[in-house]
Design a protein around this ligand. Sequence first.
Ligand code: CA
Length: 239
Amino acid sequence: MTNIVTLCVKYVHIAFMKILVIEDEKKIANLLQKGLREQGYNVDISHDGNDGLERAGTTPYEAIILDIMLPGRDGLSVLRKLRERKVTTPVMILTARGEVNERVEGLNAGADDYLAKPFAMDELIARLRALMRRVTGENISFYKVADLTINLVNREVMRGNRKIVLTGREFRLLEHLMRSPEQVLTRTQIIERVWEYHFDPGTNLVDVYIQRLRRKVDDGEEVKLIQTVRGVGYAIKPE
Ligand code: CA
């Protein structure tokens, strides 16, 4: 009995899930549509960047699968525009194999995951599910910058497969940096948000904590994420 109820709830839930596929290669778009429909999702297809952007901005989708090379407007530009407009729908980008730069750029531009072409439908569906679970469950409790993730619920911080152990204050500092990736936070802003001082204690507190964080997050990593913006403050982004 319980199982039947669970199954019904699951079915109803999925039946309302709408996914937008922005992909100009008709063969791939059709394959995606077929595969996703078989799983019970509603699928809209767009073959053009501008049209995709328009749809994504006007229809509430559960997720967007976004190709990079598109006519009209490329995928990265679609993604940036969406994030600029505060559309937070999870986005999975599709990249050609080996396009490391685009992958990194895509993640920086606000993609939640990526998949290299050619991909297996099973993998795409599994990753898409994980992505939607992650994002719908906790819109504001999970942040990702490049391969660094912070989970505000279980307080787990990961750099790739490496687990990072932080003190309470270090965690708050990282959390605030990751809440607004690429944006420079001034020392004053950091002091206010992390220490809740509404004055400048005139110490190098922030710098000391940034150094500690850097050691844990960036030491031994090829790509450094915690950036000093001289004379202004700090930002988190791939260098
Ligand atoms: Ca394409």
